[in-house]
Design a protein around this ligand. Structure first.
Ligand SMILES: [Fe+2]
Length: 372
């Protein structure tokens, strides 16, 4: 136990000790859920290099349409440039850091509202008030910083690394796993609203909660567990590359209709590290986890609902979903003190019921061990 305690006080766990731990059904060290240095490594080596959900392609149909999002900790704006299709930029003015776009919308150019620096849809700085008074001020050196943009079906993704390999090269599972299980991004659903949750937990604790349903019978007794079959025998879990999926059927349907005999009616996908797609016949969530500190994060999700569902059913179904998320917030927040204490330096997983967490930890470790 003494050596375990020592290991918890530092992030300098040797790779071989980590391997032994993970292979033996243990978690990553508890200190990794609050350590500021490890958190900075995660931002640099995971969030700055992976694909993140930006939004719906249908929101970017006309030249000048743009959306704003977070690629992990990095604010991003995606625009439809008339000639060149979609472009993504770090949503940070080259002057002093204010966003160049605050809201989704349509504009001929992006103007920072702090001092009025103006950028074309190609990212070039076209104007900065009073800049002619400054010798040596070279607008061509001050374009918005580019990020990679890719599209899968009606979903737009961004990667802060402009040289990132294409989305489907890093995540062929989007087609292989999701398409094979009838995933559909619900083009006919109407936008219902954006839900934002402030979470008192490290992003990994939140993510781990989302990718296992071992907690469902207890935590979500009157919400998720009441809506969907969560028994181990019927709950389909797929861990493949950056995709961690969960698929199951209704216990009952919101409209009281009989449950269809085949095919999963609930589909969940984490595209590591931040993107979460959740759908059933009634709702579709396009969500992202945003790290906000060593032991805090946000979950932001755009919510879409079926046009076929009566308004009262929509509200009760969404209420159950909101309850599920609130229940998750509560348990991960309650975990935080325990993880931070270091008193239990490694957790013991149940690999059969929590295979996705083991898979997730291996992805985190591999990214952290990769050359900077
Ligand atoms: Fe949950």
């Amino acid at each position: 136990l003494d050596s375990d305690r020592e290991a918890a006080l530092t992030i300098a766990v040797t790779p071989s000790e980590l391997d032994t731990r993970l292979a033996g059904g243990w978690t990553i060290p508890a200190s990794w859920y609050s350590d500021p240095a490890l958190y900075q490594d995660e931002l640099d080596r995971i969030f700055a290099r992976r694909w993140h959900l930006a939004g719906r392609l249908s929101a970017l149909s006309k030249p000048g349409d743009h959306l704003v999002c977070q690629a992990g900790h990095i604010p991003v704006v995606v625009v439809r440039d008339g000639d060149s299709g979609l472009r993504g930029f770090v949503n940070v003015c080259r002057h002093r850091g204010h966003p160049v776009a605050l809201e989704p919308g349509n504009a001929k150019r992006l103007q920072c509202r702090y001092h009025g620096w103006t950028y074309g849809l190609d990212g070039r700085l076209t104007g900065a008030p009073r800049c002619r008074l400054e010798p040596g001020f070279d607008k061509s050196e001050l374009s918005l910083l580019p990020v990679a943009v890719d599209v899968w079906r009606d979903l737009v993704f961004v990667n802060p690394d402009p040289g990132a390999e294409p989305l489907l090269t890093s995540a062929p599972e989007l087609d292989d796993v999701l398409a094979a299980r009838g995933f559909d991004e619900r083009p006919g659903f109407r936008f219902h609203g954006r839900w934002t949750y402030t979470i008192e937990a490290n992003w990994k604790a939140w993510t781990e909660n989302a990718i296992e349903c071992y907690h469902c019978p207890l935590v979500h007794k009157n919400s998720f567990n009441d809506q969907y079959a969560t028994d181990h025998e019927v709950y389909d879990v797929v861990n493949s590359g950056p995709l961690m999926g969960q698929f199951t059927k209704y216990r009952r349907r919101a409209d009281g209709a009989p449950v269809a005999a085949d095919g999963p009616q609930f589909r969940f996908c984490l595209l590591y590290p931040s993107a979460m797609l959740i759908e059933d016949d009634f709702v579709f969530f396009v969500g992202s986890t945003v790290p906000t500190g060593p032991d805090s994060c946000e979950f932001v999700t755009d919510t879409y609902v079926s046009p076929d569902l009566p308004e009262a059913e929509v509200e009760s179904w969404l209420a159950a979903w909101n309850q599920t998320l609130e229940e998750d917030l509560e348990v991960v927040a309650a975990q935080r003190n325990g993880l931070r204490s270091g008193a239990v330096p490694y957790g013991r997983l149940l690999p059969t019921s929590e295979s996705a967490i083991a898979h997730f930890h291996r992805l985190v470790v591999a990214d952290l061990e990769r050359e900077a």
